[in-house]
Design a protein around this ligand. Sequence first.
Ligand SMILES: *Cc1c(COP(=O)(O)O)cnc(C)c1O
Length: 387
Amino acid sequence: MRTDFPIAAFNNIETPFYYYDMGLLRETLATALREAAKYDNFHIHYAVKANFNPMILAAMREQGIGADCVSGGEVKAAIAAGIPAEKIVFAGVGKTDREIADALDAGIFCFNIESVPELQAIEALAAERGKVAQVAIRVNPNVAAHTHANITTGLAENKFGINYEQLDEVIDCIEGCEHLTLIGLHFHIGSQILVMDDFVELCSRVNELQKQLREKRGIVLPHINVGGGLGIRYDEPDECAVPDFAAYFAVYAENLKLEKGQTLHFELGRSLVGQCGSLITRVTYVKRGTCKQFAIVDAGMNDLVRPAMYGAYHKIENLSSCDACEKYDVVGPICESSDVFCKDVELPHCKRGDILAIRSAGAYGEAMAFGYNCRALPKAYLSDSIG
Ligand SMILES: *Cc1c(COP(=O)(O)O)cnc(C)c1O
């Protein structure tokens, strides 16, 4: 039985729910900030889409971390949490007029633009307001990150960013717009990346591009944004609770050639919040099939969709039992065969009412929950209030 979860408190709470270890979150943020601060021009933005729980956003604000948003709703959530507009960047291929107008009115730091029609829309809306919008070009660096196909974003075939061949046209277009100022280049190659060489490859693409822009057009932009993507160890939530930020930032410090006066921005999502969250669920029934034993739990794919959507692994623990282990398929109650959290997992003997923790669920967990089968969205509790 694990003692570092407040099991007595869990026993009195209706499941399923997300539980956030705020001590671990603070330690993770402090580590990331400390490691980034070793380089005086490195800035961290939090990728809000990983987890937009207001308490998580408040923790970011307390640490002075900015926000990377991919929708108007996220811009609003970041501002509502007290994150200053001048620390907010806004990316996304499909920003609507409403979202652009609101972000202009809020006075955000930068729009990461992904197409010519988008920059024309921003120009028109900024002109209406008599404002000048700061923009960065999201470049598609054509780097194949070693991660799940659904979460690579930096390939020419992906919908994101602007390809090299079209860069000149986009820069010309921005230079012709009175209400846009080009301040930077933005990149993001994907998510859950643990192979540091992928980031090394990104660095060499950025270096090449900077060289070309300087030599061909005499352009040196003040901001370089390399996105996020640093992965977490889903197999080792306790041993590797805090990601290796030192190694991650060192890759950029060693491989990226910044020009004088350039600031380097990071947009970290998963690595900041992933390990601090667990989805807590009860065993409703243990069902013995002919060749399988199922632990049917009260959480479903609607509460945590990563296993069903990405084939993702989450470590599962039985917090109520220290009996001998048996093999289970841990499954939810949703009417979909893909509603499986993990197959053939060894767990201490499970019985009805046992509480299980599905670990490493702080990122893309609660944020991706939905209401299929008329299910209520999962609640969330913090260690600060129930620990
Ligand atoms: C999702 C996203 C991130 C964060 O990715 P993580 O893998 O969670 O670090 C950063 N930047 C952009 C543009 C994104 O879309």
